[in-house]
Design a protein around this ligand. Sequence first.
Ligand code: ATP
Ligand code: MG
Length: 398
Amino acid sequence: MEADVKNVLGSVIIRFGGEIWIKKTWTRKLYEGRLVKNIKNVLKHYDVPYDKIVRRHSRLFLRTDSAMQASLELARIFGISSVSPSLETSSKLEKIIDRSVVLAGHVLKIGNSFAVKCRRVGKHSYSSADVCKVIGQRILDEFGEKMNLRVDLNNPDVGLGVEVRNDEAFVYSDTFDGVGGMPLGTQPRVVGLLSGGTDSAVACWMIMKRGCPVAPVYFDNTPFTDETTTGRALNVAGVLLDWAVGFPRNVYVVQHGENLKRIIENCSKKLTCLFCKRMMYRIAERVAEMKGAEGIVTGEAIGEQASQTITNLKVLSNAVKKYPIHRPLLGFDKSETEAIARRIGTYKISSRKAKGCKAVPSKPATKAKLEEVEESEENLNIKEMIERSIESLKVVKV
Ligand code: ATP
Ligand code: MG
């Protein structure tokens, strides 16, 4: 698109995720209200000036002179399926034609093919097909010969969209895909076990996408890891929480090294990772209680590590009773997780070199028995370990 097209755009069409507008009226109103609040937070955070947000059935319209910048920011808000920077006018056919010709003059290049499509809500003296036909003809009359333009309805270089809504109309040529999902804050908060690796960041993001704000908890395993591991986790948390503008940017850091040390000294070596995770879950449960969260999210996927076989996941889940463990990546291949990590911006940081945990045994058990695990855990003072860990809790703003 030519640089100066920005000067003629004055609105953004905001389309909801399909699941929002099929909801019953009061639920939809609630979700829309939350979405509008999240949009306002994002526009304020990124200094995007705007006039107002207008609500219409299954759409929002943002009036702004920075329609292009606004569109790019809005496309990252959960609950929005797509956005189009547009020119706004009245539903009078002459006005729509005029604006369409102006937009076409900015976006069409010599030799381009184009198509016009129209979506119409309300009563008008013309049909959607009339709009497409007459605008197409006017564009050809205006620029067709000197710019060597042609109409191609199946595979056009430029698609011009017209949206007529009762007395108003919008004309656009660009549509940016949003992330979909549900507006953040429409579901209760969850605690996210965030290691800084690829998986846990994606797991947290997927739960956020369905409306749950995430409170990330990082377990600092120093001296079995070091500050490179912690730095990476905090940086990943920063990128993750960029998707949650307007929500707290706190990461809860637990000193877990001492727990791990006691596990190594007192318990069966081949089960070290299971004891470690079971302690993480128990501590996360306490954090969830403290922060009013209603679940715990992890990045585990079936068979991805020895501790993540179906048998071992059962042993892990058994450590906590009050809160469910949510594992959105359970059925994902690594390549699928990595593709999402790239898209959300965490992949590069998660791939950064950091000290791996030195406590991982060389031959970890893949089929742990719950009785054996519980028996070995009797050598630990679990209650005291949880209390000490909670006392060590630090809140880091990212
Ligand atoms: P990730 O890529 O998220 O680090 P992983 O495949 O390497 O996961 P594990 O190290 O077995 O697997 O961890 C499984 C899950 O446990 C992680 O996805 C994360 O949710 C949680 N977890 C592991 N280590 C930590 C940590 N140090 N702090 C917080 N959560 C952790
Ligand atoms: Mg990892």
